[in-house]
Design a protein around this ligand. Structure first.
Ligand SMILES: [Zn+2]
Ligand SMILES: [Zn+2]
Length: 186
């Protein structure tokens, strides 16, 4: 499937957003206040969202939960239903653009959309294309037992199992290696 620059940015943003959620009641929310949301917006270059408020923060946290369930969807139909609801609520207006020297591509957020609606529209559509391409299974959660972070598997053979192979993958290899040694010694 074709992944344009903007799709790639939208995917990075949505993965990052979903993974700011606390994993359980003991871990802190990585999106605790408006300043954190401002950092997020700046990091992902989400344009034209104006001055952010508490209202934006709670709206973004709400859609974060909806995006999280898309990454946990068991099949394309479940994912499609969740994406449809999310995108419909955002009031999208698709329009072609070639801003900043990029090739022609489609922006889905409406002009003047809030940051939550902007994310719901553009990230929602970025995820929608995975369902359209029959690749919904690329929207995954890390298989490391104590991680479960969301990620998008862009590997050719859809074989990626961990959110960041340098940490989660290695950590598991080390654990498996120790377990084998222990068994051998036992
Ligand atoms: Zn663009
Ligand atoms: Zn992980």
């Amino acid at each position: 499937m074709l992944i344009t620059h903007d799709t790639r940015c939208a995917l990075d943003a949505v993965v990052d957003l979903v993974n700011t959620a606390p994993e359980d009641t003991t871990t802190p929310d990585a999106l605790p206040d408006v300043a954190a949301l401002e950092d997020f917006v700046q990091k992902h270059e989400i344009s034209d969202v104006g001055v952010l408020s508490e209202f934006d923060l709670s709206a973004v946290r709400k859609i974060r939960g909806r995006f999280a369930s898309i990454f946990s969807a068991s099949d394309p139909r479940a994912a499609a239903g969740l994406i449809n609801d999310l995108v419909a609520a955002a009031g999208t207006t698709p329009r072609l653009t070639d801003h900043d020297g990029y090739d022609w591509h489609v922006h889905y957020f409406a002009p003047g959309a809030s940051v939550a609606d902007h994310l719901a529209a553009d990230c929602g559509m970025a995820l929608a294309f995975f369902v359209v391409s029959g690749e919904q299974e690329r929207l995954r959660r890390c298989e490391a037992p104590d991680c479960r972070h969301a990620f998008v598997d862009l590997s050719r053979n859809r074989s990626r199992r961990y959110c960041d192979s340098r940490t989660c993958g290695n950590r598991l290899h080390v654990a498996a290696y120790r377990a084998r040694r222990k068994e051998a010694a036992g």
